[in-house]
Design a protein around this ligand. Structure first.
Ligand code: HEM
Length: 219
């Protein structure tokens, strides 16, 4: 029965064979360092899930942002746990992505034919930084406000595009209600959609080329 159902779905959607080909791929001799890519992926999934949960109770306006964050932490059941998971998960994502990048370099896995896997990885790292940057303003407390204000000044003095980029991000010359909404939209929609798109490209390339093993002496 289960077999016939699987065949039925496979003929129409192709999912069972796609999942089988992804999970049953032959891999060469691996090291513990090879878990870092999957650990990064699991952390990313936790961040997306906790982020969705937080967004049910967060209001991106100067009058309510801080109050709703306090409500999440102090009154919402499991709110503090979910917020801390999101907060520390964000730092873990940066650390794991960089550790994964170092593992890739150490094993020479960025070389032919995996140049584009590497390139999509670099884009992912930049997007991970963008997620942290846009998220850090959202608590809208003194720390969040002034840390972002200083970063915006740094962006402003970037030659050429700095002024314009800071203007687009803040929606004016100073941090305001408009900036908070822009940072919120960037943090919950723009950056995560880009991250998910590039992760799918990254994993398709990993699947296409197969995972490279631990290089032997002289390789
Ligand atoms: C959100 C961030 C990222 C996720 C979720 C992710 C996920 C993964 C996974 C699951 C693998 C296969 C297992 C492994 O080799 O560890 C992999 C492989 C790979 N990743 Fe990433 N990655 C990310 C960021 C990066 C970064 C920052 C780089 C480098 C700039 C990178 C470059 C590569 C390369 C070259 C491979 C192929 C490695 C091989 O074949 O041995 N990735 N990635």
């Amino acid at each position: 029965m289960a077999g016939r159902l699987e065949e039925w779905v496979d003929e129409r959607l192709g999912w069972p064979s796609a999942i089988r080909s992804a999970l049953l791929q032959r891999v060469p001799r691996l090291s513990w360092g090879h878990v870092l890519g999957s650990a990064t992926l699991v952390t990313l999934i936790i961040l997306i899930l906790t982020g969705v949960l937080l967004s049910f109770s967060y209001v991106p306006s100067p009058d309510e942002a801080h109050t709703t964050v306090e409500y999440i932490t102090q009154e919402l059941p499991f709110g503090a746990f979910i917020r801390n998971l999101h907060h520390f998960g964000a730092s873990a994502l940066v650390v794991l992505s960089i550790a994964h990048l170092i593992r890739v370099i150490v094993h020479g896995a960025h070389k032919y034919p995996r140049e584009f896997t590497w390139f999509t990885g670099v884009v992912l790292l930049l997007l991970v930084f963008a997620a942290g940057f846009t998220g850090s303003l959202l608590p809208w407390d003194q720390n969040a406000f002034w840390a972002t204000a200083v970063r915006m000044r740094v962006i402003e003095v970037t030659p050429g595009i700095g002024d314009r980029l800071a203007g687009v991000l803040m929606g004016g010359e100073e941090l305001s209600a408009v900036s908070l909404v822009r940072f919120f939209i960037a943090h919950v929609w723009v950056v995560p959609s880009l991250i998910v798109t590039v992760v799918v490209m990254h994993l398709r390339l990993v699947h296409k080329h197969g995972i490279s093993g631990v290089p032997r002496r002289g390789e």
